[in-house]
Design a protein around this ligand. Sequence first.
Ligand code: 5AD
Ligand code: FES
Length: 354
Amino acid sequence: MEGENEVELIGLVDRLEAEGILEKGEWIELLENYGEREREYAARKARKIADDIYGKDIYIRGLIEFTNYCKNDCFYCGIRRGNQKAERYRLSKEQILSCCESGWKLGFRTFVLQGGEDGYYADEWYEDVIQSIKELYPECAITLSIGERSKKSYERLYQAGAARYLLRHETANEEHYGKLHPKEMSLKNRKKCLMELKEIGYQTGCGFMVGSPFQSVETLAEDMMFIHQLKPHMVGIGPFIPHEDTPFAKEPQGNLSLTLFLLSLIRIMEKRVLLPATTALGTIDPNGRELGILAGANVIMPNLSPVNVRKKYMLYDNKICTGEEAAECRGCIDRRMESIGYEIVCVRGDYKEA
Ligand code: 5AD
Ligand code: FES
């Protein structure tokens, strides 16, 4: 019986590769019953798919965490409005440009502006910053990760020169969404934003945390089906890690092997997708990011934020790289990728259309 079950599960991975989709019941069966054997099988397949499309190249994105003010109160997040212990900061345009300057010299050709949902900055400010970065570094891509906004605003920032947008959906299940967020937030609006971003022309990224409280194989099945439906250009997933000053302080962190398995399944399903081995993955295991690449990821997002604010952008406890200078991270990542036979490349690293 054991043996038969294994064959069936492997068959599901094969079917995902061939057809690019599984039914909900099949997702649940796979996620409920997989073992090391299936995980390794999926990782080999995923890595082969990524190698065939992107070769041994790993893309880097310079992450600039420009504000930790946030009007939202997500239960899992360390910079939630309700965390009075968080020491708040905002970077000025000049500080952001100086991050870009060091990033450019280190070979970064994508800058990710990430922040809490901070009402302090208006569209005009974003337009000015985006245009200035594009004038100074026309070869670089700008990615925004600044949460839910109106379609008008998304359009303006796209017109100003932002080409990509990251907005994790967090969970595709309504009820689960409600357990992770206060009631003024809704999955409906999240999905609406993602649709609008795609319509406007952004290379769009969704994603979720692995092992978030109340997650189940059912909600994960729905995440995979949502990703298949949305067809994003990027998918960001990493383990949930508790933050001590949030309502989820005592919840267990997400599991390494499940995160790796899901990375592989996402690669097998959405073959050309840009898939980061996240900082959270590197935080729960010293080799997390290398393992992520070997499971099918092809992007790393090192931190370019000024060192004096890094410890303040704490979404979760024990975040790595908060004491390092940008140059140290760049060198460290180079060596890590080389050690597993991959290479950081200094290009924009756009989504490769078929
Ligand atoms: N653990 C892991 N990831 C987290 N994020 C927020 N809080 C945590 C946490 N405690 C993720 C969310 C968000 C992204 C920027 O960081 O998925 O979308
Ligand atoms: Fe930052 Fe290794 S990536 S020190």
